[in-house]
Write a protein that binds this ligand. Sequence first.
Ligand code: CUA
Length: 371
Amino acid sequence: MGSWRAASTACGNRCPFRIAVREPGRLVFRGAKPGPSVRKTLYIQLLLLTVVIGAITFVISLVAISWLPTVASEEGKRIDDIYLFTSVICIGIFALVAAVTVYAVLKFRAGPGDMEDGKPIHGHTGVEIFWTVIPTILVTVIGIWSAVVVVQNDDLPDDHRIVNVEAQQFAWSFSYIDERDGLNGMQVGELVVRVNEPVELHMRSPDVIHAFWVPEWRQKQDVVPGITTFYRITPTLEGTFPIICTELCGLGHSVMRNQVRVLSDADFDAWVADQQQAVDSGGATLGQSVFQNQGCAACHTLSAADATGAVGPDLDSVLAGQSAEEIRQSIVDPNDVISEGFAEGVMPPYGAVPEDQLDALVEYLVTEAGG
Ligand code: CUA
């Protein structure tokens, strides 16, 4: 009876039943072996605890707080479904483990002055099969489902738009090569896409590894020097969403942000017409479009463009007296001459802007602020 006492005194009279190990590998109930009603009470209490803890966790994690930004793409919805399924599984397992823990802490507490160790309990085949088989099934389901979603999300219809993306320390630029819209070669500083139209981004980096991420779209992809990586997306929600670099790429990594505008059919067509008109008109009009498109206004002040950025030098004053060559040099190689009070390496070189657009930008800046 020695082993009985040791096990049962650990919780004294509060034990709903007494357990002890008589043979290795088996839990044996004896003496005050729990009758069916005691075991039933235990299971009901455990079940109630599990339900209560599960409900609280469910409400906090999936109902009361919206942890994720609104999903805004076809691909994102599929990813969210898996995420939801995985979360529900995690909540269930957490609730069960927490319930058993809380129950054990409350019921099997050592009595006052009881310093004795509890008896080691070894093995329970039923429980081991349960906690091996169930997780195996769940993980397999998640794995297969994820593989299916990866294939679905990679599968774009033949008729999709292509946008070239260049990521460099520490800016994004986009050029449109879709000849249907006459956007061939137009380079812009923010991504503009049509709602419900599949897009494939062809992404390149001239310097280090960056990563393209739009939280509302869920998909994420690295941009790696030397290769082209692809990002496929079908935006389902109109609006303006942030583009965030998620690869630590240098000192300016945290400010390597941009935005994507998802437009309705009519708005997108109007935007395309604006771009075409700007290209066709050339000169300072195109230059102003390039200034806007390249996002110059985000960092620079230029009264002619109603730009009030303060990250970089105020163009109204620093360009005064500068020639077209000097201004062009500052755009394609910003580190050549650094204005007083500003750090080197903050502005990326804009040498990849198509020649005619660069000419127009320089002309615009000379007209408005330089000369
Ligand atoms: Cu680019 Cu971080």
